[in-house]
Design a protein around this ligand. Sequence first.
Ligand code: ZN
Length: 294
Amino acid sequence: MAGPPPKPWPTGEAQQLEPLVRRVLAPNPSPYTFTGTQTYIVGLGDGCAVIDPGPAQDDHVLALDAAIGDEHVCAIMCTHTHRDHSPAAKPLAARTGAPIIGCAPLVLDDTGPRADASFDRGYEPDRVLEDGEAMNGPGWTLTAVATPGHVSNHLCYALGESGALFTGDHVMGWSTSVVVPPDGDMGDYMRSLDKLHAREDRVYYPAHGEAIDKPRQLVRGMMGHRRQRENQILRHLHDDPHRAEEFVPKMYKGLDEKLHGAAKMSVTAHLIDLERRGLVTRSGELWETVSRAT
Ligand SMILES: [Zn+2]
């Protein structure tokens, strides 16, 4: 992961990216969110959609209010329900009367690993979009592109009129996406990368970091990066059985200590995927290659 660019950041300002798209940066920078969550407003002034309203921080909701002005909000659309993406949907819906349309809520158990504090449990959509379903407003069409992997309920949104794709946390320029099992799934993530690679989108607008203007090239690079990680894991396992955390210092040299937990999660996500494919096996916390085990 790269560090954030030097300040000042345009926190709270509405930036016009193209005729149909404005962006407002939320004040929630962190090692996981880069400069913060970016909320997108899609529309020409006579009815808009708000994509990834962001964290429920008063100053961000006020900045969105100012950017929207008197414009009618047709829909509030979340790519997924991590706490830096969807919680502002509720206060924004209360202020504007707009419906919440888009990703499904996650069914989380009360106990166990899926009851993760990073998920927004208060998310209640008025309408869920399935893969390929569209939401229309004046002069725009946003079509859901199901992209599970980072989390199971992740959707990207394709803006038909301009060839832009809002990629949420699925593909970002500043960092690879964190895949946290069991809800995050590396096999799904790779299939969702394939899915984007087969598309012809002109530009990606991720929830964190700058717009990506050579999207297929970036996706191809990410697919290669994941395959490389997978090969590294298999090479280390060929030498010795490993616990997941033992891969991190070998594979992520120089990584900020704060991100070691996330790196371990990514390694674990790869291991689970390799296990499903019959290439590795585990006993307790120890992973080994299948050829070594037999
Ligand atoms: Zn996320």
